[in-house]
Write a protein that binds this ligand. Structure first.
Ligand SMILES: [Zn+2]
Length: 458
């Protein structure tokens, strides 16, 4: 049985207060790996201890058993608890006994018909909708399913308090994100991922791991079973003990792999599915992402997989596929809201109101830039390193700067050479002022006004 942390008890307290204040359906936002199931179990324990029934809905088969185990461990009266997968429950709604509380896990899916049928069947039940990401790509809000949004502690706060490990995020990009195409579900197609990923990706992923996270136990997420196998092979060829696991791996083999990982005999497990049944690896200290995603929920679950805390640990996240360009760093402060909004605003929310993420070209460390040097390796940063995603204007600006950099390097023009290192006050003619303006990407009007001010333009 797990003892609840203070912030988890505080969450339960707030939920109780909201219910007393008349809220019936509450979205409870909690970042991944912060004990959502334990919180739900504690509420369920209290409810069933008073003789109330609860219903707990998950959206994947593998999670049913895990949830049931946690509920039993935490002292829930399991005779009063129905735990099931949404597809099963929704077909048997008419046979269910009236629950007093309905819990929904991964509730960002809760607008789907299968969930709606269950929720509307029990109008009197209290609904607690748990998710790390109350956000939908479509821009639809949750006001039709919930009357309150409770935002949990930020990832940053959880790290500072020691509930999550701090991270170092690296983005040595091995993919051309412009080639990615979307499926109707909003995710990238496998075919476009294949076209976008550079052929050397597996070898490069191995080299990067050796450079940044050698000897650390890692999990690597790939985009399909085949790529998981290729990656494991590439690691083995480099002398790193790696195994690929998929939904098709027989249970006894999977158990062997987990045991070997736990004993430190395997360094890396490669895997194409987040929820491979029973793949509950302990002590993951490094995540390697080779799967691009459009889903903020998946991104946070992938990247935060290494963030279970341990004394002195810093989790290493290696993002080969540019996911950080879409979502910002996992630690970014995000703004959640119950109401829907236009697509652009939603994209910004997903990317944590995207401040451009900077990737150091020397060490691939990824961070929100505060100065002119890389906080990881001390290399000096140039303007082009900024990865801006949403702001078209910014992209143009970077492109223009890039041309100026080129101009500086080439320096074919004598006048340009002369003015490059000078301050404006040192410029001696209109020709020099115009050249200076070009180098620094000033608007054409600048040379006119400055020339006039200096008395060089009559
Ligand atoms: Zn650096």
């Amino acid at each position: 049985m797990k003892i609840l942390h203070d912030y988890q008890l505080e969450t339960i307290q707030k939920i109780t207060e909201s219910i007393h204040n008349g809220h019936h359906s509450i979205i409870v936002q909690q970042p991944p790996r912060t004990g959502k199931t334990v919180i739900m179990a504690e509420i369920a324990r209290r409810a069933t201890a008073k003789g109330n029934r609860i219903l707990f809905i998950v959206h994947r088969k593998e999670l049913v058993d895990q949830a049931r185990e946690t509920f039993i461990d935490q002292g829930v009266n399991i005779n009063l608890a129905q735990i099931g997968m949404v597809q099963t429950i929704t077909r048997h709604v008419a046979d269910l006994k009236q629950p007093s509380i309905i819990f929904i896990d991964e509730a960002h899916h809760s607008l789907a018909k299968s969930y709606q049928r269950i929720l509307t069947a029990f109008p009197k039940a209290i609904k607690l909708l748990f998710t790390a990401t109350p956000w939908r790509m479509s821009g639809e809000g949750f006001e039709t399913v919930a009357d309150k949004l409770m935002v949990g502690k930020s990832i940053d706060w959880l790290i500072k308090q020691g509930y999550l490990a701090p991270i170092d995020y690296y983005a040595p990009k091995q993919i051309d994100t412009s080639k990615l195409k979307l499926k109707s579900t909003g995710e990238f197609t496998d075919k476009s991922i294949e076209q976008a990923i550079k052929p050397k990706i597996y070898g490069n992923a191995v080299k990067t791991y050796l450079k940044l996270a050698k000897c650390k136990q890692a999990i690597a997420y790939t985009y399909n079973v085949e790529s998981a196998k290729k990656l494991a092979k590439a690691f083995c060829e480099a002398g790193v003990k790696a195994k690929a696991v998929s939904g098709k791996t027989p249970k006894n083999k999977r158990d062997q792999i987990i045991k070997a990982y736990r004993n430190g005999e395997i360094d890396i497990v490669t895997n194409a599915e987040l929820f491979t049944e029973g793949l509950d690896l302990p002590n993951v200290d490094c995540v390697i992402m080779l799967r691009p995603t459009k889903s903020l929920s998946l991104f946070l679950q992938f990247s935060m997989r290494a963030m279970n805390p341990r004394k002195g640990k810093t989790a290493i996240i290696i993002d080969h596929v540019g996911n950080v360009e879409r979502f910002g760093l996992p630690t970014a402060e995000r703004q959640w809201s119950l109401t829907g909004s236009d697509k652009k605003t939603r994209q910004k929310q997903a990317g944590a109101m995207i401040k451009g993420v900077t990737v150091c070209e020397n060490c691939f460390a990824t961070f929100y830039r505060t100065g002119d040097t890389c906080p990881f390796c001390g290399a000096s940063l140039t303007e082009e390193m900024q990865l801006d995603v949403d702001e078209k204007a910014e992209l143009v600006k970077i492109a223009a700067k890039h041309r100026v950099e080129l101009a500086k390097r080439i320096m074919s023009d004598v006048v340009t050479q002369n003015v490059a290192g000078k301050a404006p006050a040192e410029l001696k003619s209109m020709k020099e002022i115009i050249a200076y303006g070009k180098i620094h990407d000033y608007k054409p009007g600048w040379a006119f006004f400055y020339g006039k001010k200096r008395g060089l333009l009559k």
